[in-house]
Ligand binder design. Structure first.
Ligand SMILES: Cc1cc2nc3c(=O)[nH]c(=O)nc-3n(C[C@H](O)[C@H](O)[C@H](O)COP(=O)(O)OP(=O)(O)OC[C@H]3O[C@@H](n4cnc5c(N)ncnc54)[C@H](O)[C@@H]3O)c2cc1C
Length: 497
């Protein structure tokens, strides 16, 4: 970001200086030294001067860099991610223009004929008369290429290396399950051997949606030697994920072309090697820690990761079902292995109101074309397209798609279903989890106070994956607690947007 902002600021300052200079070129046209003029005549419009090669390339570069800067702003990037991505692909054109820009030879250097000026036999008058013929102006040869050669070679070597070393493989969709909160669990199978570590993510491309877009998703269940499939969880957030959901609902899995690239490293990987990990996740940000739970479940007596404090903040209680089964089994397994202290799990449900649990805020508005109806177990019953009437079979089904406008379906049964949904109580089905579920947001002073009390004078890492606000709060808390106690807290976070 520092490099980007520096580039943007200097590009703007540089361009403003040139615009002022164009004005000077136009007003200060010099008849005696025609070759140093950019203008063809006095007071030629500076706008016409912009139409020169140097002007056009300069303006194009300025437009590109401003577009990149504007679309990089968080508020724009969150809403128009594709605009951000595509404008950044203009970097190749920018680099080409950067080389062409100084080639027009507008910058001149003065060459003085030393022999003539140093001839002692010449009188002062002759010297003055020959003044103009003694020196001449020539275009400065552009050395931009020399400045760019080394960094560009490094960049292209890296690019070529990345292209050829990319592990793009076609995967088969083995299973899709729709979970509450409009999230899908995709079980993918790789034809080639696919290895991945806890916390790592892959890039996914669906050829039926876009040939250019690659989207990152964390692997929640790693492939093993006996079981080659891996699982990712995808929350429907925008156009790409929604189209994918649509395709997965309409087509057979063998008709969907999905490519996977990776795996790639993530800062969350460290949590699996540490003797003590304090993990905080919000919503789908739990994904980097799910493979950790799997590991604890399958290896309850393993040395690393040592102890995990996992705080998971969800908006609705139903979202706990994503992890309920695994968390329940892991807690039981650790108890059986006499290592119950390895996992400290706390789940916070922030939405305590009983109305409209599935409505997303205006900021998250997406064009809903269909509704996914799933039952209490998180299994897909069926989908209802816009304008469809709801049948009696839906009576027991729960509507878990966000952003549904009730009047669109014109059926009172929905309100009953919503009541059923609001009455959902995780403790009934998973008593081991029920006692770990709290209402409202975590009280961070208490949480940090507890950690300080448990691990006095230690250096602790807090791994966090969630929205920016949560990360900001945790960063401030880490700084504050490190200042005021003998503990040192370091925040390591992964952002999903
Ligand atoms: C390392 C990493 C791991 C992730 N793991 C998961 C996961 O396990 N499960 C999950 O549901 N989501 C995960 N995400 C987020 C996921 O990639 C985006 O939600 C998804 O790409 C949204 O695409 P869209 O076109 O549907 O939404 P858009 O409307 O285009 O964007 C919705 C939000 O996602 C962000 N986004 C969009 N495309 C990308 C992209 N290519 N890279 C990064 N952010 C993007 C945007 O900034 C925006 O905030 C992860 C992101 C990163 C960076």
């Amino acid at each position: 970001m520092t490099v980007a902002v520096t580039l943007l600021v200097f590009a703007v300052v540089h361009s403003i200086s040139h615009f002022v200079n164009l004005w000077n070129f136009s007003r200060g046209y010099d008849d005696s030294l025609i070759e140093i003029n950019l203008a063809r005549y006095k007071n030629e419009s500076p706008l016409l001067l912009l139409l020169s090669q140097v002007g056009l390339t300069g303006v194009t570069m300025l437009v590109i860099i401003i577009c990149m800067g504007l679309t990089s702003m968080r508020s724009v990037r969150r809403r128009l991610y594709n605009a951000f991505w595509y404008t950044h692909q203009l970097y190749l054109l920018f680099l080409a223009l950067l080389i062409v820009h100084p080639l027009s030879g507008v910058l001149k250097e003065e060459i003085i004929n030393d022999e003539a000026s140093q001839n002692p036999s010449q009188s002062d008058d002759t010297l003055l008369a020959n003044n103009t013929s003694n020196h001449k102006f020539t275009s400065i040869k552009s050395m931009t290429w020399a400045w760019m050669a080394f960094p560009l070679s490094c960049f292209f070597v890296d690019l070529i290396w990345r292209i050829f070393s990319r592990n793009r493989t076609k995967v088969t969709v083995k299973d899709v399950s729709h979970m509450p909160g409009r999230t899908m669990a995709l079980s993918l199978s790789c034809h080639d051997e696919f290895r991945c570590r806890m916390g790592q993510y892959v890039l996914l491309q669906c050829l039926d949606i876009s040939l250019l877009e690659w989207h990152p998703f964390t692997v929640v269940r790693l492939p093993t030697s006996s079981h080659g499939d891996f699982v990712i969880w995808i929350r429907v957030k925008g156009d790409w994920t929604e189209t994918l959901e649509n395709i997965l609902l309409r087509r057979e899995s063998d008709q969907i072309s999905i490519l996977v690239d990776g795996p790639f490293s993530s800062p969350m990987e460290d949590a699996s090697h540490a003797a003590l990990s304090l993990c905080v996740a919000a919503g789908v940000g739990i994904t980097p820690f799910v493979s950790l739970l799997h590991h604890l479940f399958t290896n309850p007596r393993s040395k690393l990761p040592g102890r995990i404090h996992l705080i998971w903040i969800v908006r609705y209680e139903e979202e706990i079902t994503w992890l309920a089964d695994l968390a329940n089994k892991t807690i039981t397994q650790l108890r059986n292995a006499n290592r119950p202290d390895r996992l400290h799990l706390e789940i916070y449900v922030t939405n305590t109101s009983k109305i409209e649990p599935n409505v997303v805020s205006d900021k998250q508005q997406i064009n809903v074309t269909h509704t996914v109806v799933i039952n209490e177990k998180g299994r897909l019953c069926h989908t209802i397209r816009k304008g469809d009437k709801i049948t009696n079979d839906d009576e027991k089904a729960m509507l878990l798609t966000p952003n549904v406008k009730r009047h669109e379906f014109n059926d009172k049964k929905y309100s009953n279903n919503r009541l059923e949904l609001n009455d959902y109580n995780i403790a009934k089905e998973y008593p081991l989890l029920g006692c770990r579920v709290k209402r409202g947001r975590p009280h961070w002073d208490k949480v940090f106070g507890y950690w300080v009390h448990l691990y006095p004078q230690q250096n602790l890492n807090v791994y966090s994956c969630g929205p920016k606000k949560l990360v900001k709060t945790l960063r401030n808390k880490c700084k504050y607690v490190s200042r005021t106690t003998r503990n040192s807290f370091t925040l390591i976070h992964e952002g999903f947007s």
